[in-house]
Design a protein around this ligand. Structure first.
Ligand code: ATR
Length: 288
């Protein structure tokens, strides 16, 4: 981890790179923390086209562009692997990078999404990981961080359900026998007796509807969560709430995944507060 990066008056600069990147809420989150912690620094969104990623990484490594590091988003989360000097075990297992930084002259990389997912549930539903059986819907890019988080927390009975069953099977092969893959037709049976349901699919985004699920067959006290946060109350969460289930929305994952990056770049571990959460909710209401 980077320490002593802030000498008196020196401005530390961080970024989020992607294409497109203007939708990213990361600048609001990090700027909020820079201000509230009174740190001399900046965090900005930079559009980097795929063809320009190698030269951006070179400028970062040589110190030419003056950045300490930043976040990496679509479409660079996988291609950046080739350009960094060191990728940690977490990012390797998830198969994607979202945070990079210069340390001892080397460009290092990690992925904080699994941390963000678990930290959000720790904050909003402590003890969530004593769930027994877990059901994860979706086997796309976002699913891998969730499977990693669940596995790290020692959950050994994970049902991975996906519209395209072969993608669930491929992920199960990657993560090992604790992951049981299946198609949508086995979802109702998988939910029976489960203590946790996580939607990682894009179902419910952009006004799409969620399948008609019966969450009440889960254990009493079971938790339903969604990593989608636009809308904040997704169709999955709305349905679960009408069935009397405990729910946690996905916004907290976005906030918590930002914590380790900020700590690495700026040397101070920030807090996820209700004030920050409300700031992002206000922005989402303005721009969606
Ligand atoms: P991300 O990186 O955000 O996970 P992705 O890799 O495109 O995005 O994955 C989207 C996920 O949502 C996939 O699991 C996808 O299922 P398929 O693998 O079958 O495509 C799932 N998904 C998207 N639209 C869906 C729909 N209408 N019904 C069921 N699953 C859907």
């Amino acid at each position: 981890m980077v320490e002593d990066v802030q000498t008196a008056g020196e401005k530390i600069k961080a970024f989020v790179i992607g294409d497109p990147v203007s939708h990213s809420r990361s600048p609001i989150i990090h700027t909020h923390w820079l201000r509230s912690l009174d740190i001399t620094g900046s965090y900005e969104a930079i559009t980097v086209k795929s063809g320009n990623l190698p030269s951006f990484a070179e400028a970062l490594k040589s110190g030419q562009n003056g950045y300490i590091g930043g976040n990496v988003t679509i479409p660079h989360k996988e291609t950046v692997f080739e350009l960094v000097d060191h990728v940690d075990e977490t990012a390797r297992k998830i198969g994607a990078v979202n945070t990079i930084w210069m340390e001892d002259g080397r460009l290092k990389a990690t992925n904080t999404d699994a941390f963000g997912f678990a930290a959000n549930l720790d904050a909003r539903s402590p003890g969530w990981d004593a769930c027994g059986k877990a059901v994860v819907l979706g086997a796309g890019g976002a699913s891998r961080a969730i499977l990693y988080a669940l596995t790290e927390r020692g959950i050994t009975d994970i049902h991975l359900i996906n519209r395209t069953a072969s993608r669930a099977e491929a992920l199960a092969a990657r993560f090992g026998p604790t992951i049981k893959p299946g198609g949508m037709e086995v979802l109702p049976a998988a939910l029976e007796g489960a203590g946790l349901f996580v939607n990682t699919s894009s179902l419910g985004m952009d006004g799409t509807t969620a399948p008609d699920l019966d969450f009440s067959t889960m254990t009493s006290g079971a938790l339903v969560t969604d990593i989608v946060y636009v809308p904040l109350i997704t169709p999955f969460l709305a349905k679960a709430q009408t069935q009397g289930m405990k729910t946690v929305d996905g916004l907290g994952m976005l906030l918590h995944q930002a914590v380790p990056g900020f700590a690495i770049w700026f040397g101070t571990r920030p807090e996820v507060t209700d004030e920050l959460r409300q700031t992002i909710i206000n922005d989402l209401e303005l721009h969606t």
